[in-house]
Design a protein around this ligand. Structure first.
Ligand code: HEM
Length: 402
């Protein structure tokens, strides 16, 4: 039992349910915080925005020490860290090469062309919801929509979706501080199994090529030095997981925020032109991805403090998005017509800026827009519970009546 009282403790009970008071305290008391666990934490908008845009590393093997280093080493010993070769964890020149192979598919124009398909998927889900009347919205809309969309884009063969969901739900915990060895072992095991499953899916696709992202990546790999076997597996796992474990929270958090703020729900219904801005405000108000990170290759100055080489720096996107210096004294309020909502940092920034941002915005806008339009009596129908995660945070259970 530690006798040191931590200024910031993401492992403390209640943090994952409502991290915002803790982040507000850090913005005020110690915005560039050297944490006793061996990481640094940036919580102000200006510092977070700057570090994401600076040319720092994302390669965890450069981390000099502390809990994060221990966590990486344990995971390595346990066998698999499948995302290590994904673009999210690579620096140039690998990052540039990997990202450019995938970026073509996610241009705003290509994504906009998916709108009819996304709308059809949403409407089919809403038809089922209309029949049931009382549902968990995570199960019926927020999860299945992004899962179906990314599966279709990749051209995934039919597979055991429940198992994939379980495994990816564990794997994403590797993106946060983990308290106990048992959880670490479960995460490592899930990563290995997901990689093995992905190899099987890739093998199937080699025999059944089609006009999809998976086939395009396989042909890049066939070309020789553009993509190795293991890199291919890592990009597919990243896209599959990032494609649904994030957008589920945009839809879930957005709906919770609206239903808890009836004046804002009324505004959205009365003025559909505000829908685009509303998505930015949902992203700002309750970030689907709460943190990202950078690793220093040389000393880095933030908020007047020098961070040494080999530091693991957590950029708290969720905190930056509530910074009163940028969003004003009512930063803790949901205001879907907030003019500065577009300054939100939920998709990160700089070289690793989210590749799926346009797709996530499209899915969020169509899903939430059509849901509130179709069901005038939509209301919460029981207690919302949170998924217990520090990073990819959203409702675990979202009971609504329509
Ligand atoms: C990277 C957030 C949806 C694919 C990221 C990053 C964040 C993020 C914070 C890291 C940025 C950084 O470190 O600077 C989100 C949020 C989403 C979402 C909040 C939904 C609301 C998606 C979707 C896809 C996707 C739907 C793909 C289908 C990616 C990829 C990267 C990434 C491939 C790595 C980019 C790189 O390293 O260059 N995302 N994401 N994301 N995201 Fe998303």
């Amino acid at each position: 039992m530690s006798v040191v009282e931590l200024l910031f403790n993401p492992l403390e009970p209640g943090f994952a349910d409502d991290p915002y008071p803790a982040y507000a305290r850090m913005r005020e008391l110690d915005p560039v915080h050297e944490h006793p666990f061996g990481f640094w934490l940036l919580t102000r908008h200006g510092d977070v925005s700057d570090i994401l845009r600076a040319s720092l590393s994302v390669d965890d093997s450069l981390v000099a020490g502390g809990l994060v280093r221990d966590q990486q080493e344990q995971m390595d010993q346990l066998g698999s860290r499948v995302l290590r070769l994904s673009m999210l964890d690579r620096d140039p020149p690998d990052h540039t090469r990997l990202r450019s192979l995938v970026a073509k598919v996610f241009t705003p124009r290509k994504v906009a062309a998916l709108e009819p398909e996304v709308t059809a998927l949403v409407d089919a889900a809403l038809d089922e919801i209309a029949e049931s009347k009382r549902v968990d919205l995570v199960e019926t809309l927020a999860f299945p929509l992004p899962f179906a969309v990314i599966s279709q884009m990749l051209g995934m063969p039919p597979t055991d979706h429940a198992r994939i969901r379980e495994l990816s739900g564990l794997l994403v915990r590797s993106l946060e501080i983990v308290a106990d060895d048992e959880t670490l072992a479960a995460i490592a095991k899930a990563g290995a199994e997901l990689a093995a499953l992905t190899r099987e899916l890739i093998a199937w696709k080699r025999d059944h090529p089609a006009d999809d992202l998976l086939t395009a990546l396989i042909s890049a790999e066939n070309d020789g030095d553009r993509l190795t076997d293991e890199e291919l597996v890592a990009q597919v796992v990243l896209l599959y997981v990032a494609g649904h474990e994030t957008t589920v929270n945009l839809i879930g958090n957005g709906v919770v925020a609206l239903l808890r703020n009836p004046d804002q729900l009324a505004l959205l219904r009365s003025d559909p032109s505000v829908a685009g801005n509303a998505i930015e405000e949902f992203l700002r108000y309750d970030s689907p991805v709460q943190q990202t990170r950078r690793i220093t290759r040389e000393p880095y100055t933030a908020g007047g403090r020098e961070i040494p080489v080999g530091a693991f720096v957590i950029a708290a996107l969720a905190s930056a998005n509530r910074d009163e210096r940028v969003f004003g004294p009512d930063a803790d309020r949901l205001r879907i017509d907030r003019p500065e909502a577009r300054s939100q940092l939920s998709f990160g920034a700089g070289p690793h800026h989210c590749l799926g941002a346009a797709l996530a915005r499209l899915e969020g806008r169509v899903a939430i827009g059509r849901l509130v339009e179709r069901f005038p009596a939509l209301a919460l129908d029981g207690e919302v519970t949170w998924n217990g995660r520090i990073n990819l945070r959203g409702p675990g259970l979202l009971p609504v009546a329509v």
